[in-house]
Write a protein of this length. Structure first.
Length: 106
């Protein structure tokens, strides 16, 4: 009789442990499901265009900006050369004028 009572007590204890394990497992699965939903929300396409098409368009526009900057760089270099040439000519004219005035003053 005591063996049956002890076995019943152990059986009830085991059922309690199993219920607790199933409850914890359910909580863990719920947490994983929430994290999956959050991750899905972060990567889901919520706009009308394809992300790859958006990136390709952006890269095309970025290439155009880089090309424009390179063109502007070449144009600025040409302007610097023009200014240097004008400066040399101006200094040469000023020197000739100084020489002419010095020669006429003497």
């Amino acid at each position: 009789m005591s063996l049956i009572t002890a076995g019943g007590t152990v059986g009830v204890a085991l059922v309690g442990v199993l219920v607790e394990l199933v409850r914890r497992q359910g909580n863990a699965l719920s947490e994983v499901a929430e994290n999956v939903q959050v991750a899905r929300d972060h990567v889901a396409n919520t706009h009308d265009t394809n992300l790859r098409d958006d990136i390709d368009s952006l890269m095309f526009r970025l290439d155009r900006v880089i090309d424009a900057q390179e063109t502007h760089g070449r144009e600025l270099a040409a302007l610097r050369e023009d200014i240097q040439h004008e400066r040399r000519e101006r200094l040469a004219v000023a020197e000739r004028l100084d020489d002419h005035m010095a020669a006429n003053a003497a």
